[in-house]
Ligand binder design. Sequence first.
Ligand code: GRF
Length: 218
Amino acid sequence: MTLRLAVLASGRGSNLQAILDAIAAGTLDAEITGAWSDRKDAQALVRARDAGLPAHVIRPRDFADRAAHDAALFGALDAAGPDLIVCAGYMRLIGAEVLAARAGRLINIHPSLLPDFKGLHTHQRALDAGVPEHGASVHYVTAELDGGPVVAQARVPVLPCDDAATLSARVLAREHPLLLETLRWIAAGRVQLYEDGVHVDGERTLTPLQLAATDRFA
Ligand code: GRF
């Protein structure tokens, strides 16, 4: 089944670009219904339009409160009929009411090995903590910031010479294959969220899938 995706992004859009490239190359059986952003200057919108896709800006400042913004945004998203909503660098919390109505249909990619380093500045915080390993996680979205059930992770070493920029680049290079492989497994029906957590191939799993050097799950 071709997975219908809606993508939410606030910035650069390199994860959106990775999805676009994989669809174009025939390595991901998906289609993108559109891109939505809270920021009109998001480069992600340019990438979507360049690919011939609808790109929409729904700005929080045009609404009375978070609930009103969420309602407008997710009403527009729903109208496009996605199977899955992908937060790819979407920098806003999403309200619990919106999420409850779409449980198991929103994922986010976060640049750390969750549950470590939720929130911002993850690369500098990993360096400050002196961890030997860092990475990225794809998780289902809940109202808790970066707190939903983790589906899959990609790991990279932290090197003695690293600063936040070099570490960020090493993680980003693994984020893209991580997101794509997760989407392939969701498209194939191999990953689902139930009330008791993430199920892989029909069984509840407590350990995230791990991306191997082959860009497939180990
Ligand atoms: C990525 O590091 C992602 O993990 C985080 O925000 C960044 C978005 O990058 N949530 P991009 O906009 O996809 O290039």
